[in-house]
Ligand binder design. Structure first.
Ligand SMILES: O=C(O)CCC(=O)C(=O)O
Ligand SMILES: [Fe+2]
Length: 202
């Protein structure tokens, strides 16, 4: 059973499939990252969402918040989300990410992973309003967390990458169509991580 990995004993391995993902560590400086974490504690409207699973109502294992242009509602897991208006910090980050991707993103989903018990399960961001083969820009602050990618039809075809503080991961190509991704739980005592996924909602 072959386990493909971006890693080569630290740093990024040359195996990174550049048609699917473009990883840029230190896209934001440590100082910028620390400042954004502080700001997001005080001025982001974090929410505990619930999901219906096997007839039970369960808490999503992380806090989330949805920001963006005010005309862009988003349907997700059978719910509709009206975005909060952009904050100054989110607009500063968006400007940098827009420039790096050559795209004007119109919304962002924020995830707050409080500790190693928080996670996001295998999924693809393939909602119709994102269009075919969307570019999604993922910014990470705080605790390093493992990000895993597997092929939908062959789960053994799998990659993983540790997303570092201040990093930008650009997801593109058919990643949301033919692949799934997750941030698994960890039994280690992990600190908090904030992730932002910038999207274009059609
Ligand atoms: O936290 C991450 O790195 C990924 C988040 C994610 O996949 C999502 O919000 O759709
Ligand atoms: Fe995702």
């Amino acid at each position: 059973m072959e386990q493909l990995s971006f890693f080569d004993g630290g740093g990024q391995s040359p195996k990174l499939p550049t048609d699917l993902m473009d990883y840029r560590p230190s896209f934001f400086s440590r100082e910028e990252s620390a400042g954004y974490i502080t700001a997001f504690h005080s001025n982001i409207n974090w929410k505990q969402e619930t999901i219906q699973m096997y007839g039970k109502l369960l808490n999503t294992p992380r806090l989330t918040a949805w920001y963006g242009d005010n005309n862009k509602t988003y349907a997700f897991s059978g719910k509709r989300f009206d975005p909060h208006p952009w904050t100054p910090e989110l607009l500063l980050i968006k400007d940098r990410v827009d420039a790096a991707c050559g795209i004007t993103f119109n919304s962002v989903l924020l995830n707050l992973y409080r500790n190693g018990n928080d996670s996001v399960a295998w999924h693809a961001d393939d909602e119709p309003e994102l269009g075919i083969n969307p570019v999604i820009a993922s910014v990470s602050f705080g605790q390093i967390r493992r990000f895993e990618v597997r092929h939908k039809l062959n789960h053994k075809e799998k990659y993983s990458i540790d997303l570092e503080n201040g990093s930008l991961l650009i997801m593109k190509g058919d990643l949301q169509h033919n692949w799934q991704h997750q941030v698994p739980k960890s039994t280690k005592a992990l600190k908090e991580r904030i992730n932002l996924t910038f999207r274009v909602i059609g």
